[in-house]
Structure formats: C-alpha cells, structure tokens
Design a protein around this ligand. Sequence first.
Ligand code: ADP
Length: 482
Amino acid sequence: MFLAALLLLTVALLSILVLDGIKKDQRTQYETFLAQQARTANLYFIQLSLGEPFVMPEEYLLNGGNELAEELDRVIGQLVVLYDKNGKKTGESVEKSESGDMETALFFALQNKTAYQTEEDSLYYFAPLVAGGEQIGVIRLYYSLSKNLDFIQNIRALFFYIGAGVFVCSFLLGYLYFNSFANGILKLKSMTDRIRSGRYDIETLPRKDELGTLGEGIYDMSRQIVKTIGDMEAEQQKLTLAVDKLSRLEQQQKQFIGNITHEFKTPLTSMNAYLDLLEMYPDDTELRGRAQVNIRQEAHRLYEMVDKVLQLSALEKYDFEYSMEEIDIKQIILRVCGNLKGKLDKFEIQLETDLTQAFIEADRENLVIILVNILDNSIKYNRPQGQIRIKNYIDSANVLIEISDTGIGIPAEAASKIFEPFYTVDKNRSRQKGGAGLGLALVKKLVESQGGTIDLAETGPEGSTFRLTFPLAESKVYNNEN
Ligand code: ADP
C-alpha cells in the first residue's frame, strides 16, 4: 500500500507540474498570438482611417460602428468589439451576449494597458487602440479556449488513468513481492522455533536470495548442533560405560582379593595344623608321613596359586607389550604335548592328535600357557586310562583348535562360570588336584589378548570339548596336511 501510495503521489505531483507547464505554455502562446492580432488590427484601423483624410481617427472609430468591427474581424479572423476612449462600445463584428463583468479589464485597457479576462472557455482580450501616438479607444478580441481546455482535460484524464494503473500494478507487484518475503521470514521463524523446542529435523529454504542464504545458515547450524549433540551423547555413553567398567573392575578386584585371602589361608591353616600336631607328637611316624604328603600337596598348590595370581594380576594391571610373531599352531601343540608326556603317562591317558599346519599371530609364551592350562585340566578331570584328542582346522579366516577329553564333564549350570576367577565346580576335588579356579580365567584373558576366543563347545558325562579360535596370519599360505 505504501509503495502504491508513493507512486500515486509521484504521478499526481508529476501531473500537477506537467499541467501547470502546459497551461503556462498555452498562455504564453495565446498572449503572444492575441498581442500580434491586436497590433495587426490596430495597423489596419490606422490604414482605414487614413483612407478618410478629413476624418479624425477618433471620429472614424465612433462612426465606423459594426461595419468597422466586421472589417477588422475579416482581416484578423477574430471577433472584434470596439470601444471609444470613454469605454463606450462603438461597434462589434458579431452580436454576442456577455455574461460576465468586463469593467476591470476595460478599465485597464483604457489606461493604455493590455488586459484580458476569461470566462469558462472564452477569453476576452483588451488592447488599447492607438493612432498618431495617442490612445483613441480599445479593441477587444475574442479567443476561444475550448481547444486548450480540451487538451488539458485529455492530459489530466491520461494522468488519471496512468495513476490508477500505476497504483493497481504497484499494489499487486508490491503485494506479491512482499508476500513472498514475508512467507520466507515466516518459514525462517518456524525453523528457529523448531530448533528452540529441541527439534532439529528442519529443511532448507528453497530460495536463491538472502533469505535462502540465511535459511541455509540456519540449516547448517542445526546439522552442526545435531552432530555436536550426537558426539556429546557418544562421549557420555563412553564415559558411562567406562565408569560402569571401572566400578565392575573395582568390585571384581575386591572379590578377587577376598578370594585370594581365603584360598591362601586354607592351605596355610592345614599346614599349620600338621606342624602343631608334629610338635605335640614328634614320635608318631604315621602322622609324620601324612603331614609330609599334606604339606607337600598344599605347598605345591600354594606355589601354583601364587604363580597364576601373579600372572592374572599382571594382566589386569598392565597393558602388556606382547612379542607377537607368526606361529605354526601344529608345531606349538606338538611341543606342549611333548612337555606334558610325563603327566599323561602317569595317569595313563592316551593322546590323539589331528593337526594341520596353520599360522597365527600370537605371543609364543602366552600360547604355551593357554595350551598347558587346558591340557592340564583335561588330564586332571579325566578318568583313569582316559583319552585326550586335539584337533585343529581352518575355517574361513580363522584357525580353530578343539581339545576334547573323556573326563567327568561340567554341569550345565556351571558352564558359564568356569572362566571366572576362583570358580570351581567342586572345591574339594579341585583342591585335591591342586587347583583354585584360576586356570581358565587366566586362559580366557590370554586368549582374548591375542585376539582370539575360547568357549566350552561340548560337555557331558562322556567328557568335554574346549574350542579356541584365532584369526589366521594373513601373510602365510596354508596347506591342510598334517
Ligand atoms: P582349577 O584350577 O580349579 O582347575 P580352572 O579355572 O582351570 O580351575 O577350571 C575351573 C573349573 O572348571 C574347575 O574347577 C573344573 O571343575 C572345571 N573344569 C575345567 N576344565 C575341565 C575339564 N576338562 N573337565 C571337567 N571339568 C573341568
């Protein structure tokens, strides 16, 4: 509206100025024209009066009457009215009724001045009639302004239509333009409102102007906020996990220390008891024999326990630098089996192998500890004259090792717990065998630190099968021969 009103005002001002200019121009034109006509009429009058040598120009004017006026009219083509120097009408070319009062203009003309008066579309031009350097009367010319007024009327109408057209067009264009801007601003507002309420799934503003650029900026900002929030949430999640893990570790640590204290105390109490008895009955040979066996057994168990606890706690505490190398699984299994030959023979256990050459990336010493512990359990929990079978094979990118025995098996409810530190299925039996539930916990940690996994593949009254999985060393070419 403002734009349209502004343009309308401009057109109105322009029209006033133009019309005023036209009017002034018209006035100058008809003033010049009528002055020229009056001069011509005056000259012609003098010429006519000279034709009458014995009549004075004043008399000639008085006597000329309507005929003189008609004569002048014929020459200049203008209606003519003549007055004497007293302002009395002496003749006129056409009788015409005059509505207005001409006294003032006539009065001026009688003072030897030029004056004119307009009435509607008529202009009455008064000029002094001069002869021999003296004013003898007044000549009045009639000029029709109708053409001039029509022209001005047409121009005014033209301006009116132009003004109306400009107003309507500028209003429409302005409306469309500002409406599109207002829509853009409203969309931007709804975008920011959405962000303020925590919803960042906004769309860009499909515009190519400054509002579009602003919209893009807001969109990018929302993406950045989403990313930052995502990062923060991920960090928070990591932190929560780390805190959980820490508190779990702390809990495990406490439990671990509690278990160690208990497990260490039991053999020491038993050894102390035997030492007290020996002090009391130094001559009892039977007691001495029993004490010897018991103290040796408990000392051995203590030694084993200290060894494993140290290894386990070292794993818990330090980030080991393993000396990783490519190891042929077949070779290392055969080596461990060779070391355990004495024990196998002692318990009359038969060992069967089905091995294939396969290379993995691992720490050699850790691999030996892993295999020794599993095989040691297979011997410990086997039946007399039982069997142990070791098999390895390659499956896609992994090497799998399966160690099966014909032992007592593991109850289903214990299967998930045997890898926890100090967990034993049967405390007494483990103690008799010199174990404290640390072997498999150590094995699991070592296997995982080599990038592998361990699980109890099968168990039952006929025996158990443990399965180890390690990723194949990439650089080697394998063959599946034993
Ligand atoms: P331990 O030193 O007592 O043997 P481990 O951590 O090596 O402790 O084993 C945990 C428990 O799992 C053992 O107490 C035993 O009951 C059970 N176990 C481990 N291996 C075998 C197996 N081959 N056959 C039967 N039971 C087993």
